[in-house]
Design a protein around this ligand. Structure first.
Ligand SMILES: NC(=O)c1ccc[n+]([C@@H]2O[C@H](COP(=O)([O-])OP(=O)(O)OC[C@H]3O[C@@H](n4cnc5c(N)ncnc54)[C@H](O)[C@@H]3O)[C@@H](O)[C@H]2O)c1
Length: 323
C-alpha cells in the first residue's frame, strides 16, 4: 500500500503524518480546505514543506465538496481521515459548523471513497467521546462513550458512520481515539502552546478549574508511529473494524504541566484560575493495551522529556507562529 489519501494534511497531525509517509516513499494525496480555525499561515508553512516532495499532490478543497473525479489521478490504496474542526470549547458555540465539517463532511468523504473503490480508512477520533467517569484509564470496549461537548459528539457520529460503511459496504475501518497530542508544530489553540507562549511574553495564563484536571498528553512522534502501524495493519488485513486508543497511558495534572514549563523556561507563571467549563472533561487517560497488542504500539516519549524537547523546538521556531 503505497498510495495514501490524507485529509487535513495541512494541519498539525496531518502534516506530521504526511511528511513521514513522503519520507518513506509513499505517494500522498493531501486534501485540506485550509480552514480559518487558526492562523492559515501555519498551515501554509506546513504545506510548503510537504510540497518539497515530488510524490505529494495537494487538493485545496473541503471534504464536503469532494467529487469522484478528485481521486482519479492515481489508484489510491487507503485514506487517513483527519480533516475536522478540532477543539472542545469552541464547539460549544459553533455546534452546527462542527457538525457540517465533522459529520456531513465525513459522510461525503465516505460516499466518494466508496464510489471510487477506496475501501480502507483510518479515522482520527478523540478521547472526547468517552464518559468522564473519574474511575481510571479509558478502555475502548468497557468505558461508556458519552461526550460532553458538541465536538466529542461529532467524533462519535463519525465513528458510527464508519461502522455503517464497514457493515454495509465492506470497508476496513480503524478508528484511532487520539489523546491530547503535542510536540513540534502543535496547534496554537492547545494548552501547551498557549501557556508556553504567554509565559515567554510575560503574560498571565488562564486555567479552567483549580489545575487538578488531567490529560493524557501524547507526543506527535508516538502518534505518527501509531498511525504508521495502523496503516501497515489495515493494509495487510481484511474485514477490519477496530476502535483503538492512541494515548500515552499516563495522565498529567494541569498544575504539573505548569511546573514543568516554569522549570524549562525559567519563568514563573502568572496563573488566573477561572471557573471550569461544563464541556471540558476533568480527566482523560488511555488504556493502551489494545494498541499494544494489535498495533505493537509502544509510546517512547515520556512527558517530561517531551516537554523539554518541545520547549527547545519552540524557542527556535517561534517564527513558525508569526512571533
Ligand atoms: N490534536 C489533538 O490533540 C487531537 C486529539 C484527538 C483527535 N484529534 C483529531 O485529529 C485530527 C487532526 O487534528 P489536528 O490537531 O491536526 O487539527 P488541525 O486543525 O491542525 O488539522 C485539521 C485540518 O483539517 C482541515 N479541515 C478542517 N475542516 C475541513 C474540511 N471540511 N475539509 C477539508 N479540510 C478541513 C483544517 O484546515 C486543518 O488543516 C482532527 O480530526 C482532530 O479532531 C486531534
Amino acid at each position: 500500500m503505497k498510495k495514501i489519501v490524507v485529509t487535513g494534511c495541512a494541519g498539525f497531525i496531518g502534516s506530521s503524518i504526511s511528511s513521514e509517509l513522503l519520507s518513506l516513499g509513499f505517494t500522498v494525496l493531501g486534501i485540506d480546505s485550509l480552514s480559518s480555525y487558526y492562523d492559515i499561515n501555519i498551515k501554509r508553512a506546513n504545506l510548503r514543506y510537504l510540497e518539497s516532495f515530488e510524490k505529494f499532490h495537494f487538493l485545496k478543497k473541503s471534504i464536503n465538496h469532494l467529487i469522484e473525479k478528485d481521486f482519479n489521478t492515481h489508484e489510491w490504496d487507503l485514506c487517513v481521515h483527519l480533516a475536522a474542526s478540532p477543539g472542545v470549547l469552541p464547539s460549544v458555540d459553533n455546534a452546527e459548523e462542527y457538525h457540517l465539517n465533522n459529520v456531513t463532511g465525513t459522510s461525503n468523504l465516505l460516499k466518494n471513497l466508496n464510489e471510487v473503490g477506496i475501501k480502507k480508512i483510518i479515522f482520527a477520533s478523540s478521547s472526547s467521546v468517552y464518559k468522564d467517569n473519574g474511575i481510571g484509564l479509558f478502555k475502548e470496549q468497557e468505558n461508556e462513550t458519552s461526550p460532553l461537548s458538541p465536538y466529542g459528539k461529532t467524533k462519535l457520529k463519525g465513528e458510527s458512520l464508519l461502522a455503517e460503511y464497514h457493515k454495509k459496504m465492506d470497508f476496513d475501518v480503524l478508528i484511532l481515539r487520539l489523546f491530547s497530542v503535542y510536540g513540534p508544530k502543535i496547534r496554537p489553540d492547545l494548552a501547551l502552546f498557549k501557556f508556553a507562549n504567554a509565559m515567554l511574553e510575560n503574560q498571565p495564563i488562564s486555567i479552567y478549574g483549580d489545575g487538578t484536571s488531567q490529560r493524557d498528553y501524547t507526543h506527535i512522534k508516538d502518534v505518527v508511529k501509531g498511525m504508521l502501524s495502523a496503516i501497515r495493519f489495515i493494509s495487510e488485513n481484511n474485514s477490519i473494524m477496530e476502535i483503538i486508543n492512541i494515548g500515552n497511558g499516563n495522565p498529567i495534572r494541569l498544575n504539573t504541566l505548569i511546573k514543568l514549563l516554569e522549570k524549562e523556561l525559567q519563568i514563573s507563571a502568572q496563573v488566573n484560575y477561572i471557573d471550569s467549563k461544563k464541556a471540558e472533561m476533568q480527566y482523560t487517560g488511555a488504556n493502551i493495551s489494545k494498541a499494544r497488542s494489535i498495533l505493537s504500539y509502544n509510546p517512547d516519549i515520556e512527558f517530561k522529556r517531551g516537554v523539554h524537547e518541545f520547549i527547545h523546538w519552540f524557542k527556535e521556531n517561534r517564527n513558525y507562529y508569526g512571533a
